[in-house]
Design a protein around this ligand. Structure first.
Ligand SMILES: NC(=O)c1ccc[n+]([C@@H]2O[C@H](COP(=O)([O-])OP(=O)(O)OC[C@H]3O[C@@H](n4cnc5c(N)ncnc54)[C@H](O)[C@@H]3O)[C@@H](O)[C@H]2O)c1
Length: 252
């Protein structure tokens, strides 16, 4: 029986892209820690990451460029050496270089795939290897997007990476189920974080984005964190290989 309120007691969770205090990764870190987990927030923004983790009891920060195989191996080995286990990996780090097909440079394409797709591959692989070795099972949650559910106009590289994450999740779930490891993808709609701010939307455009959701508002990081928490815990013990859209009713 899962104890509500303390669902992640004794578990160790690694979250990528968790530095920005207004980001989804940090929200997940705060929620996980409040439910008993030891949280390792990682990112390439070291100063912000240290500050964000420092504000969460039971959290620490580690530098991890998700596109780097050697950094993944080193960080996961260090987490397991110091905490004895790794139970949850949230592959949340991402960049959004938006642009139509004919305007997308090869550099933008390669960088987007390196972080958003290869980063998830490396994260699932490093996490799964550690979880198999420890023999405790685990949960891997990959943050895709509604851009991985539909053909979103102007998302040539970003959409490709997010569709890839959706498929990679299902394949990994098939392979890892026998080890007690569940793998699911979460597909946020428009969430009010620094990433959305980088789109430089004016008030009218933000209002339009908000109205495009059935519930008539932009999402907040906790909207996503609540779904990620569910998938991380044993409450979701029979749930794997699935995609979870959290978008206020934009898709569908
Ligand atoms: N905000 C939205 O509307 C929205 C919608 C759908 C999906 N998403 C996805 O949600 C996830 C979290 O985004 P967010 O909205 O919290 O934005 P965010 O910009 O706050 O978070 C993304 C984080 O990823 C980090 N990052 C970038 N490159 C990295 C690398 N190479 N290695 C490690 N970390 C790296 C950034 O430094 C940042 O902290 C992303 O995968 C994003 O694609 C966001």
């Amino acid at each position: 029986m899962v104890e509500i309120g303390n669902e992640l007691a004794g578990k160790v969770a690694l979250i990528t892209g968790g530095a920005r205090t207004k980001g989804q990764g940090a929200a997940e870190g705060r929620l996980f820690a409040s439910r008993g987990a030891t949280v390792v927030l990682t990112d390439v923004l070291d100063e912000e990451g240290e500050r964000t983790a420092g504000e969460i009891e039971n959290a620490e920060y580690a530098h991890l460029d998700v596109a780097s195989e050697s950094e993944w191996d080193a960080v996961v080995a260090d987490v397991v050496a110091r905490h004895g286990r790794l139970d949850v990996v949230v592959n949340n780090a991402g960049i959004a270089r938006m642009g139509q097909l004919v305007n997308t440079t090869l550099d933008d394409w390669n960088l987007t795939l390196a972080i958003n797709q290869t980063g998830v591959f490396l994260g699932m692989r490093a996490g799964a290897r550690a979880m198999i070795e420890a023999g405790n099972g685990g949960s891997i949650i990959n943050i895709s997007s509604v851009a991985g559910m539909v053909g979103l106009f102007g998302s040539s590289a970003y959409g490709a990476s997010k569709w890839a994450v959706r498929g990679m999740t299902k394949i990994a779930a098939k392979e890892l189920g026998k080890h007690g490891i569940r793998v699911n993808s979460v597909h946020p709609g428009f969430i009010d974080t620094d990433m959305l701010a980088q789109g430089n939307f004016d008030d009218e455009q933000r209002e339009k984005l908000a109205r495009s959701a059935s519930v008539g508002r932009l999402g907040v990081p906790d909207d996503i964190a609540n779904m990620v928490l569910y998938l991380a815990t044993d409450t979701a013990g029979f749930v794997t290989g699935q995609e979870f859209v959290v978008d206020g009713g934009w898709y569908g």
